[in-house]
Each structure stands twice: as C-alpha cells, then as structure tokens.
Design a protein around this ligand. Sequence first.
Ligand SMILES: O=C[C@H](O)[C@H](O)[C@H](O)COP(=O)(O)O
Length: 233
Amino acid sequence: MNKELQDSLKRKAAVKAADYVENGMIVGLGSGSTVTMLVDELGRRVQKDGLQFTGVATSISTAQQAKSLGIKIVDLDMVDAIDLTIDGADEVDSHFNGIKGGGGNLLWEKIVAINSKKIIWVVDQSKVVDTIGAFHLAVDVIPLGSQHLLKKFDDAGLKPVIRIGKDDHPFKTDSNNLIIDLHLQKIEEAKKLADYLIKTVGVVEHGLFLNMVDTVIVGKEGTPQVLTNPNHG
Ligand SMILES: O=C[C@H](O)[C@H](O)[C@H](O)COP(=O)(O)O
C-alpha cells in the first residue's frame, strides 16, 4: 500500500474514532501518525463545535499538539480514571492481540491503557494481520546494562537491535529509556513471550498489548470497519 493511500485510510479511522469522544469525558490520547490525525480532528471539533473534554497524553509530542489546538491536557495522576483512550497500533490480529511501540511510546501508552475504561485503536487495513510479529516488537529498557540485555536476547534467538534515532544516536524514549526492537517475523506464543520479557530485569515494558483493546476501527476504502472485541463486556 502506498503512503498516500495508507494516510487516507488512517485519517478515515481517526475521524470515525473522534465520534466516540463526548462532552465531559476524560480521554486518553495515544501517539503516532494516526493519533496525530485524530488530535487534529478533535482540535477542530473543540474550536468549531465547542466540544469539551480533558485529555491525558501518552507522549510529550501528543501533549504538545493537543495543547496547541486548545485541548486541555492533564497528568494521569490528576484524574481518577480515563473514560476512553484512543490510540494507534502497528499490528492487530483477530484475537485482538496487538503490537505497539513503532514510535517508542509503548510505556506511557500501556500505563494509560490499563487505567482506561474503554480502549479504541485506529488503524489502516494493512495493520490487520493473521499473526503478529512481522512488525518489530519494541522493548523499553533502562540504559544501564542494555548491552548485556541485548546479548541475552540474542542468545535467546530474539533477533534484537538497539533502536537508533534520527540523530544517529540510540533512540531515547520520553522516560529517557532505550528501545530494543525484536525482529521476530512471527509471534506464535505471544503470552509466553510477554511473560518472559516482563520478568527480565532491565526491561521496563514491551509492546505486546494482548487482548487489551475493546474496539478496533479499521480504515479501508469506503466506510471504516468497527471490530468489537467479543471477550470484553
Ligand atoms: O509508539 C508508538 C505507538 O504505539 C503508535 O500508536 C503506533 O506505532 C502506531 O503508529 P502510527 O499510527 O504512526 O502507525
């Protein structure tokens, strides 16, 4: 899929998702290019339609964008709970298991997600897959000992690579951590991998979001498709 088409499908999903935001809500705002389109749309609705909600951002860049558009942003610890979080994803399968972290924001995204009553993902159709793993799996790690962690993952056959930023230096997250990307191609036993990663000392969080999402809005030609997770009430 070319980038122009993909962006138009992302935008369709993002605009549809904006309909779920109601006056008075506390809304988790994810990160990434699709969420940037969502925040643009929400900013437009705040300014033109008088939509009123309070946002909790999952990255510094989302917070900056939202504030610049007149959206009120507060810290997660200033709210009791988040009514709805809308976020992007890199891949999602039919069991509603997904990979996030292509932009390196998975830690804040997961913290916001677990404090949300409802989670919606906005994706274009190319991200709906049979088996997750073709997209690299981001692992957020603390810098201390990261070379040892890299070797440990390599020995375990996880094909790890330290993520490099645009400045040709190791990419730093908003929490000043590093990202190790695992190039696995296919993840057949996602739960087992998630358990292994989270128990590994030095790992802060990983980009496997297993059965966390309630609704996936898929941008495709025509009307976006709304997929509802049957395992969530
Ligand atoms: O760290 C980044 C996030 O998990 C994004 O939500 C994810 O990578 C999807 O990003 P995009 O909408 O740019 O494809």
